[in-house]
Design a protein around this ligand. Structure first.
Ligand code: SAM
Length: 278
């Protein structure tokens, strides 16, 4: 890209952090990635950014933001809740004029699909304290996005990727895999962050399916998975008793446990629940 800034033209990230006194706050899930190679690796994992509206959640001091812009993102729209980071991030508006937009606010309150034309890609080193609610919010409109390239704590990433009959398989696995293909990208050692979190992190790529795996409504699927996994050690006949569904009639063994059911079986339960409740 002719005339686009290079990394060398930008002030070092540590200098930006010191100048703006960005001491990480635990309450905001702040663990900053200062390693430019790692940030670049995340940006390259996110696919073809050149034609995309890239939505970054929680840019912090801007390490990943720079990487996305340097990797040639057509436009990056970043949402940051911490007012202290805003002045630091605004320094990117000059070098990347016309390609960088900053929104100060809570990403949970923003309709991110409205931030720019498709193809839209979400890329983020997520604040762990709100990572799951954010993901569920985006999944409700999964088809608005081309891909979601997200860093989670490894335990959450494992749940997104989990297959039936494993300990990590649960509500989040079912709902995510119903709507998206999920691919592990790479894990990141806790020492790569400033300050280091207590646990290892993983980058996962979610690619929304053209159609969900099987018909079901989000609300009903949430309800059946909440009931089934809420008492995951119990047989379905007990954990789903309150929903009063004809399990055998749906081809589901009433003595099975939630973790044995594949995603399409949960969808069948969700459709039955919807029919029943009109
Ligand atoms: N992207 C930066 C990096 O990789 O160094 C920072 C990542 S840090 C794990 C998470 C960031 O999300 C912090 O900058 C934090 O202030 C921000 N954040 C926390 N809660 C948020 C929310 N509800 N909406 C938007 N940003 C939030």
């Amino acid at each position: 890209m002719t005339g686009a800034p290079t990394a060398a033209a930008l002030p070092p990230l540590r200098e930006v952090i010191a100048r703006h006194d960005l001491i990480a706050r635990h309450s905001l899930g702040q663990h900053f990635l200062l390693d430019a190679n790692l940030c670049r690796r995340i940006a390259l994992t996110a696919g073809d950014l050149g034609e995309s509206t890239v939505i970054e959640i929680g840019p912090g001091p801007g390490g990943l933001t720079r990487a996305l812009l340097l990797a040639g993102a057509r436009r990056v729209v970043a949402i940051e809740k911490d007012a202290r980071c805003i002045a630091a991030l605004q320094e990117l508006a000059g070098p990347f004029a016309g390609r960088f937009e900053l929104i100060e606010g809570d990403a949970l309150e923003v309709d991110v699909a409205g931030l720019g034309p498709p193809p839209r890609r979400i890329v983020a080193n997520l604040p762990y304290n709100v990572a799951t609610p954010l993901l569920l919010q985006w999944l409700r409109q999964a088809q608005a996005f081309e891909s979601l390239t997200l860093m989670f704590q490894k335990e959450v990433a494992d749940r997104l990727l989990a297959t039936p009959r494993t300990k990590a398989y649960g509500r989040l696995s079912v709902i995510t895999q119903w709507l998206c293909e999920v691919r592990p990208a790479f894990t990141v050692d806790r020492r790569a962050f400033t300050p280091p979190p207590k646990v290892t992190s993983s980058v996962v790529v979610l690619t929304p399916r053209p159609q969900p795996l099987a018909p079901a409504s989000f609300k009903a699927l949430e309800a059946v998975t909440a009931a089934a996994f809420g008492q995951r050690r119990k047989m379905l006949r007990a954990s789903l008793r309150r929903l009063d569904l004809d399990l055998a009639g749906l081809g589901i063994d009433p003595s099975a446990r939630a973790e044995e059911l594949e995603v399409p079986a949960f969808c069948a339960l969700a459709r039955a629940l919807e029919e029943k409740s009109g």
